[in-house]
Design a protein around this ligand. Structure first.
Ligand SMILES: *Cc1c(COP(=O)(O)O)cnc(C)c1O
Length: 420
């Protein structure tokens, strides 16, 4: 029976060499996606920029890979900014996001000299202006706005509707207060606007609705303030294949339609086409990752179901519990074997909700087999916790048959290292 091959590496051999649970991430696949961004967006359209939304998967190695492909970075916290700096990421290619930035994070962003701060609220705007003036700087900003489009995704992954904790509502009363305030400040330079409508979107419909709303906004601020929108950041959210008929779209499916609509709307309204920036996260890294587990117990409940236990679960992948996310998997030892048994894969945490995959047909998983769960590159490592004091997995980077340890496994000593 054939072992699962992932990016030219034998998955069972990786599990043996590095232990489980193990995040396996393909550098080659990530570079392929980053190069698609260059070819089908940056090289295709003038006056554009691209960022990788690093919250999807941020390690020093990933930051270095992204930098080496000439793509920028989106960070959402002081911690992500610190790590990017430590990886030597060029600061002018970093956009700092967040709906509740702390005063110290705002000061840090100014001191580090990030390329843009994406401002979410008035409180933050005032602190940013003060911090910039103290350091004699003028910080380039965008306003994050909520275009008010409802997306077809899990409620917790929808970020662009009016009733959202993210961004500035486009109600004229609110909009005027923000734009008016920013235009009167010496410490900030308002370049334009940013929206991010949601995540794991398989259709471009919501993005296009947001484009038409943002075009109206550009006309309104021009008419009210004589303000030229010089930059638009269209966020990320491009969906990928997790299960069944979910289809990963090429980047061009999203960006071609958005650029076409934007171009048409701009010329109709007589506004100059702004610089356009995109910032996908999941689409870059999601399918480049798999997680390997060792199968332990099997529990047959007659006429109900068979539970198969693994040596990880909720702490390394909270998405099934958080979003009801569904994953595909294989028994890596018998990848080509018949999938003749329906089982439920249970994590090892003391939570009834710690079920990794419900009712999946697998190749009769037995204790000691290696289970590979697909599409775990995004929002797994970055969302991992130590619940039940489980040590977080190691991460291996593969590259067309080669592999190397990138993040070492946590030790029990690591688990108590902060405790005084
Ligand atoms: C999370 C996030 C992204 C990336 O989202 P994906 O769905 O992973 O592409 C982009 N921009 C902002 C502001 C975000 O918060």
């Amino acid at each position: 029976m054939a072992h699962l091959q992932f990016d030219g590496c034998d998955a069972v051999a990786l599990a043996t060499e590095y232990g489980t649970p193990l995040y396996v991430v393909s550098e080659r696949m990530i570079r392929d996606r980053l190069r698609e961004i260059r070819k089908d967006f940056l090289d295709r359209y003038p006056n554009t920029g691209a960022l990788y939304a690093s919250k999807a998967l941020q390690t020093l190695d990933i930051c270095r890979i992204v930098a080496s492909e000439g793509i920028g970075l989106d960070v959402v916290s002081g911690g992500e900014l610190f790590a990017a700096a430590k990886a030597g990421f060029p600061m002018d290619k970093i956009y700092f996001h967040g709906n509740s930035k702390t005063e110290s994070e705002i000061r840090m962003a100014v001191e580090y000299g990030v390329g843009r701060v994406v401002v979410d609220n008035l409180h933050e705007l005032a602190i940013l202006d003060g911090a910039a003036r103290t350091l004699n700087r003028r910080v380039k900003i965008l306003f994050r706005v909520t275009p008010g489009v409802d997306t077809h995704t899990h409620e917790f992954m929808s970020t662009g509707k009016l009733d959202s904790k993210f961004g500035i509502p486009l109600d004229p009363r609110v909009r005027d207060e923000y734009v008016g305030a920013a235009l009167g400040m010496e410490g900030v330079e308002l370049l334009g606007f940013h929206f991010h409508v949601g995540s794991q979107l398989l259709s471009n419909e919501s993005h296009l609705k947001a484009i038409s709303i943002i075009c109206k906004l550009m006309v309104e601020v021009r008419d009210a303030y004589g303000m030229t929108t010089r930059e638009l950041n269209l966020g990320g959210g491009y969906g990928i294949h997790y299960q069944d008929d979910e289809q990963t779209r090429p980047l061009s499916y999203f960006v071609d339609a958005m650029m076409a609509n934007l171009g048409t709307a701009c010329s109709a309204a007589g506004v100059a086409m702004p610089r356009v920036v995109i910032e996908p996260g999941r689409w870059v890294v999601g399918e480049a990752g798999i997680t390997l587990y060792t199968i332990g117990s099997r529990k047959v409940i007659p006429d109900v179901r068979t539970y198969v236990g693994v040596d990880g679960g909720l702490p390394d992948n909270p998405r099934p519990a958080l979003y009801g996310a569904v994953y595909e998997a294989t028994v890596a030892d018998r990848d080509d074997g018949p999938r003749n048994e329906v089982v439920t894969v249970a994590g090892k945490c003391c939570e009834t909700g710690d079920i990794l995959i419900r009712d999946i047909a697998l190749q009769s998983p037995m204790p000691g087999d290696i289970l590979a769960v697909f599409t775990t590159g995004a929002y797994n490592h970055s969302m991992a916790s130590n619940y039940n004091r489980l040590a977080r997995p190691a991460m291996v980077l593969t590259n067309a048959g080669k592999h190397r340890l990138s993040v070492r496994r946590e030790t029990f000593e690591d688990l108590v290292a902060r405790e005084l």
